[in-house]
Design a protein around this ligand. Structure first.
Ligand SMILES: [Zn+2]
Length: 365
């Protein structure tokens, strides 16, 4: 009996342990299956940035231009605060207008590059100081450096915001919305509450070239240049006509100062020494000969009768006067540094009825 019970017990125990074993096996299998399923899920997660990676991406870059000027405070003064390395500095552009003292060797282009703005912006931001001419830049001048490209306008009494926006080919909205201008919402556009003399930034504004730069001096109307200075010619002339092929106006072909920049310096400056020969670039008639009031100093303009004129500025000496015919290669004067010039060089311009003022490098051999 006992043995029978024992046998039955043993049999059921064996069956139970088998079932148990099966359960265990199943459990292990399902676990490993779970793990296998979980695997690809994790790799999907990896495609999106983890928290740590997000932190790296937004870590502030310390651009010294964006940092406020360091002001030393008294030691121990004020509330001490532990450094929070997770502070995010927003990538805000500069809003304020900086003052810059011109150093020896500075050029408009160098200054513009240093502050990340266009050279025109430096000129247009200092229209009065620079007398509308990049050549007037000199050490010791104090220039305004606008934070973005455009025009700085010293507000004049009686102006409307629409007028100013139109005058500088700019957007009224952009002027109003520029935070540095502090123009309150709901301002009366025709009579804004802006103090005369206050600097207003005209983002993306442009100044028209000065009127003296627009003058074309031809043999049919040389007196149009009367606004330029005493060198203008008063009669209509006939004379030599060029062939449209130009020669270098001086022996040196290297650039000594400014290159051609549309709207800013529509000429090339060629280096050399005082007295170097200046040649007529093509046959033509002298239609301006003498002093120029706008920084060019002693200047000669030749009309070539082909729709082209050439201009030679900062001369030291002048060999030909109004109405004289000059052949290509004639020595018309000597190189100088008269007018707004910081050293001997020739400021050479080429103007065409069709193309306007062109880059002479494109038309010289
Ligand atoms: Zn020049």
């Amino acid at each position: 009996m006992n043995t029978q019970i024992q046998r039955i017990f043993n049999k059921s125990f064996r069956r139970q342990s088998l079932v148990l074993l099966a359960w265990l096996l199943l459990g292990v299998l399902s676990l490993s299956a779970c793990a296998q399923v979980a695997e690809p899920a994790r790799s999907v997660d990896a495609a999106t940035p983890t928290e740590n990676e997000a932190e790296v991406a937004t870590e502030p870059t310390l651009n010294p231009d964006l940092l406020p000027e360091f002001v030393a405070s008294q030691p121990g003064a004020g509330v001490q605060r532990s450094i929070d390395i997770h502070t995010i500095i927003p990538d805000r552009p500069r809003m304020d207008i900086i003052k810059y003292l011109v150093q020896r060797g500075d050029t408009l282009f160098g200054i513009a590059e240093r502050f990340g703005i266009e050279p025109e912006t430096v000129l247009w931001g200092n229209w009065d100081t620079l007398e509308q001419d990049p050549h007037t830049l000199q050490p010791g001048q104090e220039l305004f450096i606008p934070p973005v490209d455009g025009v700085l306008y010293q507000w004049e009494a009686g102006k409307s915001l629409n007028e100013v926006a139109d005058g500088f080919h700019a957007s009224l909205q952009e002027i109003i919305e520029w935070p540095g201008n502090d123009i309150p919402i709901g301002t009366d556009l025709s009579n804004p509450d802006i103090e005369p003399g206050q600097l207003v930034l005209i983002p993306n504004g442009r100044r028209d070239p000065p009127s003296w730069q627009m003058v074309s001096i031809t043999r049919s109307n040389p007196a149009a240049a009367s606004i330029l200075g005493p060198g203008y010619c008063g009669s209509i002339y006939t004379g030599l006509i060029g062939d449209g092929f130009f020669d270098w106006p001086t022996s040196s072909t290297w650039q000594s100062g400014y290159g051609y920049v549309p709207g800013l310096h529509e000429a090339i400056d060629l280096g050399g020494s005082i007295g170097n020969a200046i040649y007529a670039s093509d046959d033509g008639v002298v239609v301006y000969s003498g002093w120029n009031n706008y920084g060019y100093g002693y200047t000669i303009v030749i009309d070539h009768g082909t729709g082209w004129q050439t201009l030679y500025a900062h001369l030291d000496t002048i060999n030909y006067g109004c109405g004289d015919s000059v052949a290509q290669g004639t020595v018309i004067g000597g190189m100088g540094s008269t007018g707004n010039s910081s050293g001997a060089h020739l400021h050479f311009e080429m103007r065409s009825d069709i193309y306007g003022r062109v880059n002479p490098y494109n038309f010289l051999p």
